[in-house]
Design a binder for this molecule. Structure first.
Ligand code: FAD
Ligand code: NAG
Ligand code: NAG
Ligand code: NAG
Ligand code: NAG
Ligand code: NAG
Ligand code: NAG
Ligand code: NAG
Ligand code: NAG
Ligand code: NAG
Length: 546
């Protein structure tokens, strides 16, 4: 009995945790969140098709796309008899397995699934190739219409191509109202009329079939038939989908019918701060960070490494060739210059040894990497204890966090690597480039960064100090582009770094446009990102590291 209670309590805690997890969408948006324990089951069991958006909540692209996806989902609410809309957050540790198995290498990714879908090595769903709403609707129309549905309430897209078939349909009289259309956009018309539950719609392959109903096939494109077999041609203003819909719905309304209401507009927004519950711990962190001079927090570096090892890297399906090399370089860099304590350093050392024994002609699966991390960790005292961002704390949900910690980690590594002079010049930036190219999940960030690497000639940088400055400048370019963006945290506005108040001698004058003095900036960065200056604030014990 006690055990059962405990189990129930645990389940309850898990459910509450899932509810409190920041999410871009809610059920009012007609978008259901699925995860590792529900995605495959839902796709397998459902008699409906599915549109799944795979996201990384930390990814600016996904946040910027969310309002558009919500509008799409609201439109698809009208098609709910055939399709459901889901989202899966690949940034959650529990979803690593499914995101790897579904081969999600960038986000946002949209995939279509037929009813009773079962994943296999080769079948991972149909990729939707666009994020433009109308293009998505067109692709979905073709995909949805290519399916034979089993449930009586679901539409039949197969065109009627013989008089016998037309007659058989009329005599079966399955719904009160039957509309027959001949149109190149018949599939879309069938979908858009789904909210009229008393109506079924079928396409006629040839207009001549209207003749068999006593209508003039040369004149008719749309007719409505009752159970007595009486057919009436309906007028059309033009050949557009809208004209067909207007004609039929006018008639149905005149006959006293009403469609299923559209999705009520919900006011839930990706950034609604009022819904966000800043717990006491986060409020305290935020107050501390905002009231302290800018500095680098060890907790953020630890979090970035934690997420890399447990989520971002094991999410990769297969490391081979260039991506294996990128993995080896990244782990080498981390092994050399990470700020973790003894057991953390040991973990990275052993992990680096593990990936290094795979040569260029072999391959390593993300699953094998994941298992290795877990196995190594079991042999060591608990390493990642903080589990919270400190300097990267956000004042609103879904902001900052991982990408902020990642930047912090990269700058820290650049300074450490230049100081230690272990790696040859150029290797540091090549490692960052390899990470972004092969493992960074935000598609836009990757495109921008790779374009910038080319424009700013990343691979021409051979001097270690120049690598530190290259990364600093690149980050400032991104800060400038993102200033004022919807993904900006108002409490942490995007500024050119360091600000005048952080480093007054880094620029020629106080003016916004004043040129930088690179040697001063370098000295500033070396100090700011030095190991001695790391703050332990927010770690489990005040001096949590030996
Ligand atoms: C490689 C990479 C590419 C990205 N590309 C995009 C993109 O294309 N589009 C997009 O929307 N988001 C992108 N992001 C995310 C984005 O840059 C921010 O991380 C995110 O918006 C969170 O911003 P933030 O306010 O927490 O500060 P961040 O920009 O994440 O900065 C974190 C911390 O680094 C320090 N810092 C700031 N500037 C510098 C600098 N120039 N040199 C040294 N230290 C600095 C500050 O202390 C700051 O608090 C990218 C992230 C990375 C790691
Ligand atoms: C989903 O992930 C959680 C946490 O990692 C785990 O406990 C659970 O067993 C997983 N479920 C499935 C079906 O894999
Ligand atoms: C997985 O994704 C990668 C990169 O997008 C692609 O090259 C590869 O063919 C995909 N594999 C499968 C089985 O779909
Ligand atoms: C339609 O479905 C069949 C199998 O049911 C498939 O072979 C075909 O590729 C699909 N066509 C489109 C356009 O999806
Ligand atoms: C429809 O058009 C065809 C050819 O244009 C003609 O032969 C036929 O008689 C027409 N049918 C009707 C019912 O007017
Ligand atoms: C076609 O008819 C519909 C419905 O009457 C109307 O809304 C639409 O503007 C028309 N389109 C064109 C291109 O005339
Ligand atoms: C949404 O907001 C509008 C005004 O902004 C308000 O009138 C409406 O009642 C709100 N709807 C819901 C469901 O909260
Ligand atoms: C690479 O590794 C494979 C097995 O892991 C081994 O068979 C092969 O000889 C190695 N090749 C080289 C060039 O070391
Ligand atoms: C700074 O540069 C911007 C354009 O880049 C210009 O509009 C502005 O006048 C300049 N300000 C100063 C103080 O030079
Ligand atoms: C640091 O490592 C030691 C063992 O090497 C471990 O006992 C200790 O808990 C670690 N501290 C933190 C904060 O991870």
């Amino acid at each position: 009995m006690r055990r059962l209670l405990l189990l129930l309590l645990l389940l309850f805690v898990a459910a509450v945790a899932a509810l409190l997890e920041p999410s871009l969408y809610s059920e009012q948006d007609n978008i259901r969140a699925l995860d590792n324990s529900s995605l495959e089951l839902q796709l397998l069991q459902s008699p409906k098709c599915a549109l799944v958006e795979f996201i990384n909540y930390f990814c600016g692209d996904c946040r910027r796309y969310a309002p558009s996806f919500k509008r799409l989902a609201a439109q698809l609410y009208n098609w709910q008899r055939v399709i459901e809309v889901y989202a899966v957050d690949c940034a959650q540790e529990r979803n690593v397995r499914i995101c790897r198995e579904f081969n999600i290498s960038s986000t946002p990714t949209l995939r279509f699934y037929a009813p009773h879908f079962q994943r296999s090595e080769q079948q991972l769903g149909v990729a939707i190739s666009s994020l433009q709403t109308e293009s998505i609707l067109q692709q979905l129309t073709e995909l949805l219409a290519n399916i034979t549905y089993t449930h009586a309430s679901q539409p039949n897209f197969a065109p009627i191509s013989s008089v016998e078939a037309a007659q058989a349909l009329l005599s079966s009289c399955q719904t009160e109202q039957l509309a027959l259309v001949h149109s190149s956009v018949a599939k879309r018309i069938i979908l858009e009329l789904l909210p009229w539950s008393m109506l079924s719609v079928r396409a006629l392959a040839q207009p001549q079939l209207f003749d068999s109903l006593g209508l003039d096939g040369n004149q008719t494109k749309l007719c409505i038939v009752n159970c007595a077999g009486q057919a009436a041609a309906l007028p059309l203003a033009n050949n557009s989908v809208a004209a067909y819909l207007a004609s039929i719905s006018d008639l149905l309304r005149a006959r006293g019918f009403a469609p299923l209401p559209a999705l009520p507009l919900s006011n839930s927004s990706a950034h609604s701060s009022d819904e966000f519950y800043l717990n006491a711990e986060q409020s305290a962190l935020l107050a501390h960070v905002l009231h302290s001079p800018p500095r680098v927090y060890r907790a953020d570096l630890e979090q970035a490494i934690d997420k890399l090892l447990h989520i971002e890297l094991p999410k990769v399906r297969l490391f081979q060739g260039d991506s294996l090399l990128a993995l080896q370089r990244l782990l080498h860099l981390l092994q050399l210059h990470n700020p973790l304590n003894r057991s953390g350093k040991l973990l990275l050392q052993q992990l680096h040894a593990f990936v290094s024994c795979h040569n260029a002609s072999s391959e390593l699966s993300g699953l094998a990497l994941q298992l290795r991390v877990l196995q190594l960790q079991q042999q060591l005292p608990k390493i990642f204890k903080a589990q919270r961002y400190v300097g990267c704390v956000a004042s609103q949900p879904l902001l900052r966090g991982f990408t902020c910690a990642l930047w912090t980690l990269f700058h820290y590594l650049s300074v450490q690597s230049a100081r230690a002079q272990t790696l040859p010049g150029g290797v540091f930036l090549a490692s960052v480039h390899g990470f972004v190219k092969h493992f960074f999940g935000c598609s836009n960030c990757v495109q921008h960064f790779l374009a910038m690497a080319e424009r700013r000639q990343l691979f021409a940088v051979r001097q270690r100090d120049a690598e530190v400055l290259w990364l600093w400048q690149a980050h400032n370019e991104i800060n400038q582009r993102l200033a004022g963006d919807s993904t900006e945290d108002p409490k942490f506005p995007k500024q050119q770094f360091p600000s005048y108040s952080e480093c007054s001698n880094c620029r020629e004058s106080k003016s916004q446009n004043a040129s930088w003095l690179p040697s001063q900036v370098l000295a500033f960065l070396q100090d700011f990102y030095s190991e001695q200056k790391l703050s332990n604030y927010g770690l489990p014990t005040t001096n949590g590291y030996d």
